[in-house]
Structures are given as structure tokens and as C-alpha cells.
Design a binder for this molecule. Sequence first.
Ligand SMILES: Nc1ncnc2c1ncn2[C@@H]1O[C@H](COP(=O)(O)OP(=O)(O)O)[C@@H](O)[C@H]1O
Ligand SMILES: [Mg+2]
Length: 430
Amino acid sequence: MIKSAHHNQDDIADGTGQPAADEYIAPVPRISVQAFCESETIFDLAKAASQDRRLAKAHMTVKKGGVAAAVETYNAMPTPNVIILESTGRDILDGLDELAGVCDPGTRVVVIGSEQDEVPYRELVRRGVNDYIVGPIEILDIVRAICNLFSASEAVVTGRIIAVIGAKGGVGASTVAHNVAWTIARDLALDSVVIDLDMAFGTASLDYNQDPLQNIANAVFQPERPDTALMERLLAKCSEHLSLLAAPATLDRVYDFGAEAFDAIFDTMRMTTPCIVLDIPHQWSAWTRRTLISADDILVVAEPDLANLRNTKNLMSVLKAARPNDRPPLYCINQVGMHKRPEIDVKSFAKTIESAPVAAIPFDSKVFGMAANNGQMIAELSKSHRASVIFQQIARQLTGRAEPRKSRFRLSPMLERLRGKPKRSAAGGM
Ligand SMILES: Nc1ncnc2c1ncn2[C@@H]1O[C@H](COP(=O)(O)OP(=O)(O)O)[C@@H](O)[C@H]1O
Ligand SMILES: [Mg+2]
């Protein structure tokens, strides 16, 4: 891996100790979900699941009482998009029969079983249950069950969003974002879009040597919801797999946004693009916070000094707390080894952050300066430059293609069941 005078290999995270990034659970649209829980444990887990970022748009309520309570509720009320029922045994079958009489046709049903109960899966399927999950249940199992009901049924690409932000201004967050996105598109051949969210001063169009006529302002300031056709028109093509949604980078207006200003843009982009890299300006506002929290992965870029250390620590802890079911944000240290500058070494930095950086990128004013002025990527100037190799490593980590990688072959749900390991299984398609 990376070697330099400032740190050794062990200081850099290799990704193997973290939750795998290759499982992607797409967030749900504005749906209603009601859970009926028999046990305190499932009640608490369902409550926690309802707080997950992927269910942020859903309206989810969690109640006590199992299928009987559900039947009683829906005698008087229309059914939501999804009903979750905790089962404690064969009673569930009678309950489901009763529920069928009051359930609207579009409603999907997920049953959470306990390990002891021996409810025949076939019988659940026969009653139209869409998914059956049995213990030991984790928060993410519930989130996954709900999300899968919606992502599997629609033939859309659900793009991953990678948010990049600097711990301070000028640390090179944009440079890292642009180089990593370029590498994801080139070396991993993944269709990618960079969205430059630094409205007033963004440099993505300079870095990619583009002069787009349209930019993100054409979407964010229009009153109608953007559709994929509009988004396609606003993109500038940088290379075979990479496009850019540029920032206006003009000062004829000010750029104050509400928390949800970019939601529709991101949602629309997700439908056509597997990988979306967000270049987020160094600021803490309602929309930057929301964008970071709802991203699939986060990369914080920091320089090795005290202010960066404090800010990285704060960002990591706030984002970790807001995303308890996700792998923690990743961070990298940039501009390491600047001549005569006192620096906090990688090891001490990592100790305070309580996790290792994904990379430490050397300071090289000549190559980075030339790249910036020419509108080129580092790898275009020098494929073998240490930074080029590091950008490839970051790209692999962020897309879940980190090496070395354990083979995580997953049996199909039916096969899993036959093997007697019914951990998580989807009975979709009824
Ligand atoms: N590793 C590096 N070595 C030398 N200069 C760098 C390095 N990384 C970034 N830079 C330079 O630092 C400046 C700020 O980078 P930029 O990506 O705009 O920062 P940010 O987005 O964090 O404000 C740019 O001129 C860029 O070329
Ligand atoms: Mg920037």
C-alpha cells in the first residue's frame, strides 16, 4: 500500500475491518409503514429501523400487539403500503386470513418470525406474505425487508451516492472528489456523475476542462420537479463513463437553500446513474448536513493539522450518531509532507479519530498545481504518481470493490432455506 516517511502501512485502513460496502439498500419513497410488535425486542428494533436514513421519507409507526391488533386497527382504517407483523406462532396464519378481509389490495405484508416458531413458509406465501424474516433479527434486516419491497419491483438503477467534504476549506476535498470520481469511471468502468455543489466557487468544470452551458442552477431554481430528461440535458460529458453536473460559479445571485432543496435532483439522478459523487463545499448548513447524512458513503478530507483534526473528529461523531446502521464515514489525510510545515503524524491523527484514514495523500505542489491549471486529473499527468495509485485505492473502497476482498457469495433465499439457515429471505413476486 502507501509508503512514506510520515507513516507506515499499518496506519492506513484497508477496509477489511469495516462493514462491507457492496450491499446496497435503496432508500424508499414516501410510503406508509405500520409495524405491530409482540415483543419488546422487536418493538425496539422496529423503532430504531424507523429512524434509519433509508426510511427517512417513509411514514412509519410502530405499535404494540401483533396480528390481532392489526386486524382490529384495519377494521376501522385503510391499510398502509406496508404492514409488518411480528408472529409468535401458528396464530399468525388465522390472523393473516382475517387480515386479508380488511387489507387493501396494494398493501404488502412482512412477517417477522421468532426462531422457535415453526410457521411453514409455504403457508405464509399462500396468504400473500411478501417477505418473512426470522431471527436473530438486526435493525438492518427490518430496513432491508421494507426497502427491498420497493427497489425490486421497479426496474430502475438505484445509484449510490458518495459525499465528499473537507474538514476545512482548501484542504483539497474537491480535488480528491474529482480524481476519485474520474478513477471510478475509468478504472472501474462505472457510469458516474460528479455534482459540484459549491454553487458560487465550484471548480469541477475547470478541473475537467469543461465549459458547460447548463448547470445545477437550471434544476435547483426551477419550480417543477426535475425529471431524468432534464437532468441528462444538464450534464456535461467528461469521459466515456463520467459526466459532470457543474456549479454555476457565478455571483449574480446568492445561494441559500432549504434542507431539502437537492432531494429531487439526487433522487432523479439515482434513477439513471450507478455512482454519484457529491463535491460538497466546506459549510455546515441544513442542506449540507442532510446531504451528508443521507449519502450512502461519506469521505471527509483533512489536512494534518489541529483544526482539521478537531473538525474531522466532530464530523465523524455527528455523522456516526446520525447513521447508526451504516459503516462509519471514511476519511483521508491530504497534503501530507508539505515542506517545513509542522504536521500531526498519521498515527496520532488516527488515534484521536479512533479509526485509520483510508489514505494519506502526499503534498505535491508541482503536479497538483499543474493538473489544476491544465484542467487535468493527476493520473492523466502521471499514471504512476503515488496520488494516482491512492485515488484508485479510495475509489475501490468507496465502491465496495476493495482488495483483498473476501468472497461474499450469497445463497439465493430459497437455497438458504433448504440449507436450514433461514436468516433473511425474500418471498417476493407473489
Ligand atoms: N495533495 C496535494 N498537493 C498539493 N496541492 C494540492 C493537493 N491537494 C489539493 N491541492 C491543491 O489545493 C488547492 C485547494 O484544493 P480544492 O480541491 O479546491 O480544496 P477544497 O475543495 O477542499 O476547498 C488546489 O489548488 C489544489 O490543486
Ligand atoms: Mg471544494
